[in-house]
Write a protein that binds this ligand. Sequence first.
Ligand SMILES: O=C(O)CCC(=O)C(=O)O
Length: 269
Amino acid sequence: MKEFKARIYDFDGTAKTDSLSLEHAFNLVHGGEYDVILLQVESQEGVELWWGKHDDLAMNGHRYHTGIMTSGMTLGKLQRATNEEYQATSELYFNSANVVNAALKQTPYFEFFEQGLSAKTLEVEPGREMLIASQREYPPSTEKNFSFAPHADSISYARANDSWPIKTSYPQTAAFITVQNAANEAGFVMWDYLPSSRSELDEFIALYGKDEAQGMEFLAQFESMEINPEVGELCIFNCRKMHGIQTCDTLRKTIGSFFIKQDGWRIFD
Ligand SMILES: O=C(O)CCC(=O)C(=O)O
């Protein structure tokens, strides 16, 4: 199994270096031994090729959050839909996944996870395949703290709880590859705080939306770490813990997905 240069992080601030296969790194994060591992998986030129292959898909840009654009409608947007919005939003999500997944399966990004993790796509209901991945663009921003505000991701956290088919609270891992860094090297920040439900997460989002300083004060009670992945590094992390992307002063680009284990690794976004 191919191994990559790894930087392994802990909330105590230490970073260990090692050499790990993709699956070993994923198992360490998914099993809760570490919260963040960076793997140097591609060169700068290589990663631009990965990005270019996604660009060829010519997917429409979606504004997911104020500070981040994604290449397709991601799960985050579907999960924020209310009961009233769910039907229309889910049609858009699954239809667009249906259209782009065939092309995404030919990308070096997907092939990398297919080879290293034997990752398969995830069907939440028969015939309803989730999107594999998205390109993310962070345009230059003047936000005080974050381009992508602190949040946490769990496949079970839908607002339209009655309609969303996944109720199981799975351990969930995320990964993104950095294609281009912002000039100020805006970091990835993680807090040692795992909201226990969609409503607990929504309480934080409401607090942060109303008064960012109070939101930051709330998070300050938890240990945190700031990590600066380099271009070509894959950041593998426990996405159920709060995390965010600091304000980017120039364009930042990543490609990323989420993963759960259900009869092997499943990739979705
Ligand atoms: O792609 C990135 O920059 C990280 C995005 C993120 O926070 C996430 O996937 O939850």
